[in-house]
Design a protein around this ligand. Structure first.
Ligand code: IDP
Length: 149
C-alpha cells in the first residue's frame, strides 16, 4: 500500500480546522497510520524543505512553520500520494479549486493550510524525517473489503 505525508501547517492548527483535513482523507477511504502534533525545529524544517533552501521565500516558510505546532500525519491507500495532492489543491489557494482544502480554506500562498508529499519518493523521505518507524502503525480495517475490489 502507498503512503504519504500530510501535514496541517500552523495556520490550520490555529484556525481549528485540522478536523476538516482529517475528514477529507477519512471520507475518501484512506487509512490514518500515524499522527502527532509537532513543534518543528529549524533543522527538521530545513531538511523537509531542502529543495527550496536557496529560494528567496525559504526564510519566510521556515519562520512560519516554526510559529506554532504542526499536525503531522501518515495516510495510506491506493494512489494516496496523487489523490492526496488533489484533496489539498493547488499550492496557491487562489488557483485551488473549490472543494479542495486550499481552495476552501486558504487565500495566501504562504498560508495555504496544509502540506502533502508530491511523489512516492518524497513521501518516503518526508515520513522518515517526521516519524520514527514505531510511530507508524500497521493495522487492518474491515472497511477495506468495501473500498477495494
Ligand atoms: P507544495 O506545498 O504545494 O508542495 P512547494 O512548491 O513545495 O509547494 O512549496 C512549499 C511551500 O512554500 C508552499 O506550500 C507555500 O506555502 C510556500 N511557497 C511556495 N512558493 C512560494 C512563493 O513563491 N512565495 C511564497 N511562498 C511560497
Amino acid at each position: 500500500m502507498e503512503r504519504t505525508f500530510i501535514a496541517v501547517k500552523p495556520d490550520g492548527v490555529q484556525r481549528s480546522i485540522t478536523h476538516k483535513i482529517i475528514a477529507k482523507f477519512e471520507e475518501k477511504g484512506y487509512k490514518l497510520t500515524g499522527i502527532k502534533l509537532v513543534n518543528a525545529s529549524l533543522e527538521l524544517l530545513t531538511e523537509h524543505y531542502i529543495e527550496h533552501k536557496d529560494k528567496p521565500f525559504f526564510p519566510k516558510i521556515v519562520s512560519f512553520m516554526t510559529s506554532g505546532p504542526i499536525l503531522a500525519m501518515c495516510w495510506e491507500g491506493n494512489d494516496v500520494v496523487k489523490q492526496g495532492r488533489k484533496i489539498l489543491g493547488a499550492t496557491n489557494p487562489l488557483n485551488a479549486d473549490l472543494g479542495t482544502i486550499r481552495g476552501d480554506y486558504g487565500i495566501d500562498m504562504g498560508r495555504n493550510v496544509c502540506h502533502g508529499s508530491d511523489s512516492v519518493e518524497s513521501a518516503e523521505r518526508e515520513l522518515k524525517i517526521w516519524f520514527s518507524p514505531e510511530e507508524i502503525v500497521s493495522y487492518k480495517k474491515d472497511e477495506e473489503a468495501w473500498l477495494y475490489e
